[in-house]
Design a protein around this ligand. Structure first.
Ligand SMILES: C=C(O[C@@H]1C=C(C(=O)O)C=C[C@H]1O)C(=O)O
Length: 398
């Protein structure tokens, strides 16, 4: 008698159940691959820059030996090479299929009291001009300049409702909520968002990365959007911006893979707020058992890609340090999970916010290359903010 159907592990929950069970302090991550909700803290994973994957492999072995069933390392790593990380082995992990018909109550508008742009818009466009000077001098070819909106709500922001609205608006997004509370925070701090960008996903020996770069706002009008998509496909400036990112991602994955498929031309993908040039790169790992080849190891090797940093990386990091007045924190870092077998999924932490009590800090950035127009780059950041602003009921205030 065949029992294969019984043996096959299957998710026992629905993504909507996991979302309903999410509470601040838990870790939630979902994508078209499935949903994961993790609770409790079996162990923290602490490691220096570039050493997270090895520390995670040790922590996973120890957790399995301690009887944690199907342990994972889950959490977020900040943008800067020496940034903070919030990675742990949770005590309990529940999984579900990909979210589909998630219904969330609409955002109540009028709850956001103040919106403070940091830097101000004029200072941001000035930063873009200064970046263009550096590009003109040949110091670098591309840099992603970000800005922040600091929102104050009239009451503490309830992250479970915000997360459910983000998933409901775009069930295919890489949606996440991770506890990133740091010493000195006045209240628990949660990183929450719905990213369109896969840093890397691994299943067995197969890896996928899906860099995005080159963008246009979505208008909601079909004819206008068709025009914007066609323009994006042919824009030399956006194609150049995209090519820097794809080249670096392909080069890094090439070090780990025996076969790598890099499509020659990007396609255009859409989110509810944006259109992006997108290249789906797939590869087969040469040594899948090596901890450096775990999903987290690959994510660490790839991060930060020119989608959120620039090219070359060192010049771009220096430009970001000089031209961005706000610390990015977890924005433009990575968020996801890795299992005992090395499989896992890590997204680029964009279209995200850090929520701490009544304060919400959102970031959005735009890739600056030789032909960038400061006003257009500012407009691009405004369009990217809409993902979170909509979910916060604050689209009209910023
Ligand atoms: C930096 C962000 O997005 C990134 C930058 C893009 C661009 O410059 O065109 C496009 C997608 C993302 O890779 C952001 O959303 O904040």
């Amino acid at each position: 008698m065949s029992i294969s159907a019984l043996e096959r592990p299957r998710p026992v929950h629905r993504a909507a159940d996991l979302l309903a069970a999410y509470l601040p302090g838990s870790f939630y991550f979902s994508s078209a691959r499935g949903a994961l909700l993790a609770d409790g803290e079996h162990a923290r994973v602490r490691a220096g820059n570039g050493a997270h994957a090895l520390a995670a492999a040790d922590a996973l072995d120890a957790a399995a030996a301690a009887g944690i069933p199907e342990p994972v390392v889950a959490g977020a790593v900040g943008f800067h090479p020496a940034a903070q990380a919030a990675l742990l082995v949770p005590s309990v992990v529940r999984r579900a299929d990909a979210p589909t018909d998630v219904r969330a109550p609409g955002a109540e508008s009028g709850t956001v009291r103040t919106v403070t742009p940091r830097p101000g818009t004029a200072q941001y466009t000035d930063g873009v001009r200064r970046a263009l000077e550096r590009i003109g001098r040949g110091d670098l070819s591309k840099v992603v300049l970000a800005r922040c909106l600091e929102l104050t709500a009239e009451a503490p922001v309830w992250v479970p409702a915000l997360l459910a609205r983000l998933v409901g608006a775009d069930p295919a997004a890489y949606a996440f909520a991770a506890d990133v509370t740091a010493p000195g925070d006045p209240a628990p701090r949660t990183l929450v968002g719905a990213s369109p960008e896969l840093l890397v996903s691994r299943r067995g020996a197969t890896v996928v990365a899906n860099p995005l770069a080159g963008s246009a706002p979505r208008s909601g009008d079909e004819a206008l959007d068709r025009e914007r998509i066609a323009r994006l496909r042919e824009s030399a400036k956006d194609l150049a911006e995209h090519a820097y990112t794809t080249a670096q991602v392909a080069e890094v994955l090439g070090r780990f893979c025996v076969d790598l498929d890099v499509p020659a031309q990007p396609e255009v993908i859409g989110t509810p707020t944006m259109w992006h040039l997108s290249t789906r790169i797939t590869g087969r790992l040469a040594a899948p058992a090596d901890p450096a080849c775990s999903a987290l190891g690959l994510a660490e090797a790839l991060h930060p890609t020119p989608a959120v940093c620039g090219a070359p990386g060192t010049g771009a990091l220096a430009a970001i340090a000089d031209l961005e007045p706000e610390d990015r924190g977890y924005y433009a870092g990575m968020v996801g999970w890795t299992g005992l077998d090395g499989d896992g999924e890590w997204a680029v932490t964009i279209r995200s916010a850090e929520v701490c009590d009544r304060t919400v800090r959102l970031f959005a950035g735009a890739g600056i290359v030789a032909d960038s127009d400061p006003a257009a780059e500012l407009a691009e950041t405004c369009a990217k903010f809409r993902t979170l602003l909509r979910a916060l009921g604050a689209e009209d205030v910023a």
